[in-house]
Design a protein around this ligand. Structure first.
Ligand code: KIV
Ligand code: ZN
Length: 523
């Protein structure tokens, strides 16, 4: 049976989702899970786009040895030079280069004739080939291009040495039958196509990304580009978990396999959601909270008699923890580690594990029992994967129906200095955020705030997810654009949980700003 290569672009196209800014250690953590689950190619970033992206590609190229590591470029020598540099440590480097192919892109974006664009694409492939063997070419906006011109471009870049042809439906415009026919047309009409792998890269603007990717596979594509939870530009990309589980569940129909260990899907979905701050909608296929919930009596009755009456996927196959195991303070380090591993968290760093254990004991002390969702909240909270400029030491609030909400906070700065301040606000959380702002002094706007009780009962752990927006100077442009930073926090006290989420977002902003300053950016 043919194999379909899984090309994960969570760290590049996925990170282009508004608010998904990830730090380098966070990207590395995701890359490690992708490697463990058997992803074939990781697109780790767009090295010339920012020093942060360069560093992420370089670090992942250094650390991840079992996947091909790919860097995106435009069809320009300077982009390719920077990507070659970032990919130098990789065991298996790949350059992903290309430019527009639709008349819309040629005329309005690139201002090039078809011939000029074709020559530029060929030159980019030849240039990249001087440095790496594996060169993937993308004719951007192929979904809206003239197929005859597209075939010519593809033939020319194959002749120039491209090893993979990525066919992107950049704007998510096409319908599955149409997309399948385009891939079939490429397989039948492009000279030399048997020498390369054809890849599909689909966007979800009309909700067709997974359907289109599968139509591409049915018509000859053997690589699929996807992101965890389907995150990405605008409405996102093909969701990795959807395409992988469709190919597995309906192998009888698609007749292909992948290298993915599907039992890691649940853990990677949770991790990406936590680190990007982008929640997974409850009815999301495969990984949504309701994906395996049966609420109607008839369905429940059927599933109790025989699971397969209403379930086409066994939740165990995607790593949903089999049954809720309740831990208590008596479970000890061993019990905690064992359950964390079952949930997909391999904590290699002993210091980090000890911190998680202390937090676990604290929750067990307050709640007596600690469920999986409590554990996930603690781990997510602890693995914030960058150095905090400020640590929340103390938060105290007084409020009530006849009181002005007033908060006092105490923060410890990285240099050890203790800073204390207080303020009033429209509510307790507002008062806490204002008091923190008085100390940290970073202008920002709160654009999203949500708080959830993530386990049952009055003593449940409250999990806060927030997004803040700050002005961000643009490289080589004299202007700023808003940039979003997400944060999350968890605590049995919801005001403390909200304070932790705010500190997380602020610390992330400060860390990314410091990284940019260290790389010579003016901030
Ligand atoms: O959607 C797109 O066209 C892309 C390319 C850069 C491959 O992301
Ligand atoms: Zn894309």
């Amino acid at each position: 049976m043919d194999k379909v290569y899984i090309f994960d672009t969570t760290l590049r196209d996925g990170e282009q989702s508004p608010g998904a800014a990830l730090t380098v250690p966070e990207k590395l953590r995701i890359a490690r899970v992708l490697e463990r689950m058997g992803v074939d190619i990781i697109e780790a970033g767009f090295p010339i786009s920012s020093p942060g992206d360069f560093k992420a590609v370089q670090t992942i190229a250094q650390e991840i040895r079992n996947c091909t590591i790919c860097g995106l470029t435009r069809a320009r020598q300077e982009d390719i030079d920077v990507a070659v540099d970032a990919l130098r440590p990789a065991a298996r480097p790949r350059i992903h280069t290309g430019l527009g192919v639709s008349d819309s892109h040629l005329q309005y974006k690139l201002r090039l004739t078809r011939e000029q664009a074709l020559e530029r694409g060929v030159a980019a492939v030849k240039y990249a080939k001087k440095y790496v063997e594996d060169v993937e070419y993308y004719p951007e906006d192929a979904g809206r291009a003239d197929p005859e011109y597209l075939y010519r471009v593809l033939e020319a870049v194959i002749a120039a040495g491209a090893t993979v042809l990525n066919i992107p439906d950049t704007t998510g415009y096409t319908a599955p039958q149409e997309w399948g026919a385009l891939i079939r047309g490429i397989m039948e009409n492009v000279r030399g196509i048997e020498k390369v792998i054809v890849s599909v890269h689909c966007h979800n603007d009309l909700g067709m990304a997974t359907a289109n990717a599968l139509a591409g596979i049915l018509n000859g594509a053997r690589q699929v580009e996807c992101t965890v939870n389907g995150i990405g530009e605008r409405a996102g990309n093909t969701a990795m978990e959807e395409v992988v589980m469709a190919l597995r569940t309906r192998q009888d129909y698609y007749q292909v396999t992948t290298n993915i260990d599907t039992t890691q899907i649940y853990a990677v979905s949770r991790l990406v959601s936590e680190l990007t701050g982008i929640p997974v909608q409850p009815n999301k296929a495969i990984v949504g909270a309701n994906a395996f919930a049966h609420s109607s009596g008839i369905h429940q009755d059927g599933v109790l008699k025989e699971r397969t009456t209403y379930e086409i996927i066994n939740p165990r196959d995607i790593g949903v923890p089999e049954s809720e195991i309740i831990l208590s303070a008596r479970s000890g380090r061993h019990g905690l580690r064992h359950r964390l591993e079952q949930l997909g968290y391999m904590i290699a760093d002993e210091g980090q594990f000890e911190q998680i254990y202390i937090r676990f004991l604290d929750v067990a002390d307050k709640k007596k029992t600690v469920g999986d969702r409590d554990l996930e909240a603690i781990v997510a909270d602890e693995l914030k994967l960058f150095k905090e400029t400020y640590t929340l030491e103390h938060v105290q609030v007084s409020c009530g129906d006849h009181a002005i909400p007033t908060a006092t906070v105490r923060l410890r700065r990285a240099d050890g200095e203790i800073l204390c301040d207080a303020d009033t606000g429209g509510g307790p959380v507002d008062a806490v955020y204002k008091a923190i702002n008085r100390i940290v002094g970073v202008p920002n706007t709160l654009v999203e705030f949500s708080i959830d009780a993530i386990s049952e009962g009055m003593d449940a752990v409250g999990k806060t997810a927030i997004r803040i927006q700050a002005d961000w100077p643009q490289e080589s442009e004299q202007r700023t654009l808003p940039r979003i930073f997400s944060g999350y926090g968890a605590d049995t006290d919801i005001v403390v949980s909200a304070a932790k989420a705010y500190m997380h977002a602020l610390n992330k902003l400060l860390w990314i700003r410091q990284e940019a300053l260290n790389n010579g950016r003016k901030m």
